[in-house]
Structures are given as structure tokens and as C-alpha cells.
Design a protein around this ligand. Structure first.
Ligand SMILES: Nc1ncnc2c1ncn2[C@@H]1O[C@H](COP(=O)(O)OP(=O)(O)OP(=O)(O)O)[C@@H](O)[C@H]1O
Ligand SMILES: [Mg+2]
Length: 161
């Protein structure tokens, strides 16, 4: 059975802390699929994730809109993909996303994941971010059909209690 959980954050720092907690329990080979409009907080989520991985505390995260794929030297390695500029799923083949699929020793975080849904990626933890009641609040909906993300749901349940 699939799992789903919604968290409301009240600030960018709060969002980063949630992402940090998520990243700290992800296994290598995980795929985090980020969905949300411009400015929703997808890149901020990746920023939090990097800080939650070994060696990531001082790494600077930029949106890889032009390069499409950026890699950070965390342990495990985090591969940050931004598909904003990809309009045709066929273009995905030129992005290096396939290498991400094959390399089961890194974690992938993919912005505009909607574009890659049918690309044959490993099962993802999908994070859909929407704007909340205030400018600085965000609704994050976490969902996955794969049991390998159960630690994430346990962690999220714990930090929201
Ligand atoms: N609770 C919050 N969580 C995350 N970001 C927030 C929050 N409140 C305000 N913000 C602001 O929203 C913006 C999110 O920007 P970010 O670059 O992460 O969005 P994005 O979804 O990656 O957009 P893009 O599609 O342009 O890449 C930042 O300016 C951040 O400061
Ligand atoms: Mg972004």
C-alpha cells in the first residue's frame, strides 16, 4: 500500500530541517521527486537534503537549471537534477539521468519530476510542494508506493508529533 503524509512548514528554515531529516534516513539508490510551481521550495528542499548528508554541512547548493545535473560530494553522493528546461521526455536521454538510474550508490533529487515520471526511474519518494496559508508557509505532500521509504515516513511522523 502506498503511503502519504502532509506537513506544513512555516519558514524556509523549517522546510530545510524537514528535508535534512528526510535525507538522513535515505538509502543510496533513492530518488526524491520534487514537484511544485516556480518558487515553491524545491531547491530549498535539496539544500536541506545536502545538509543532512555526511559532509554536506558546508556545501553550497544552486539550482542546476543550465547544467541540468549537479553533483555534490556528500556521502552518499547527491545528484541534483533540474528538468525545468526539458520539454520533451525524449530530451531526458541527453541529461545524464540514465546514469543516475544506473548508479545505485547515490541519491537523486529531481526538480520538476513530473517530466520524468515515465522515464523508468527507480521508485521515488515524491514531494509535492504547494503554498500554504501565508507567504512563508508550504504544504509538503510526501508519497510513495515503495516500502524502502518507510523510514522516511516514520521520521516525518516523529518530527511532526
Ligand atoms: N516555508 C518555506 N519553505 C521553502 N521556501 C520558502 C518558504 N517560505 C518562503 N520560502 C521562499 O520561497 C523560495 C523558494 O525558492 P526555491 O528556489 O527553493 O523554489 P523552487 O521550487 O526551486 O523554484 P524553481 O522552480 O524556480 O526552481 C525561496 O525564496 C524561499 O526563501
Ligand atoms: Mg529550483
Amino acid at each position: 500500500m502506498g503511503k502519504k503524509l502532509i506537513i506544513e512548514t512555516g519558514s524556509v528554515e523549517h522546510s530545510r530541517l524537514v528535508a535534512k531529516a528526510v535525507a538522513s534516513v535515505l538509502e543510496p539508490g533513492s530518488v526524491v521527486g520534487l514537484i511544485g510551481i516556480l518558487g515553491a521550495g524545491k531547491t530549498e528542499f535539496v539544500r536541506g537534503m545536502v545538509s543532512g548528508l555526511k559532509g554536506g554541512e558546508s556545501i553550497r547548493v544552486h539550482s542546476p537549471s543550465f547544467s541540468i545535473v549537479e553533483e555534490y560530494g556528500t556521502k552518499p553522493k547527491l545528484v541534483h537534477v533540474d528538468l525545468y528546461r526539458i520539454s520533451d521526455p525524449e530530451e531526458l536521454e541527453t541529461t545524464g539521468l540514465e546514469d543516475v538510474v544506473e548508479s545505485r550508490d547515490s541519491i537523486a533529487a529531481i526538480e520538476w519530476f513530473d517530466v520524468a515520471r515515465d522515464f523508468g526511474l527507480p521508485p521515488a519518494l515524491v514531494v509535492e510542494i504547494g503554498i500554504g496559508q501565508h507567504d512563508d508557509s508550504r504544504l509538503m505532500e510526501f508519497s510513495s508506493d515503495d516500502p524502502k521509504y518507510e523510514p522516511v515516513f516514520r521520521t516525518l511522523a516523529r518530527i511532526t508529533r
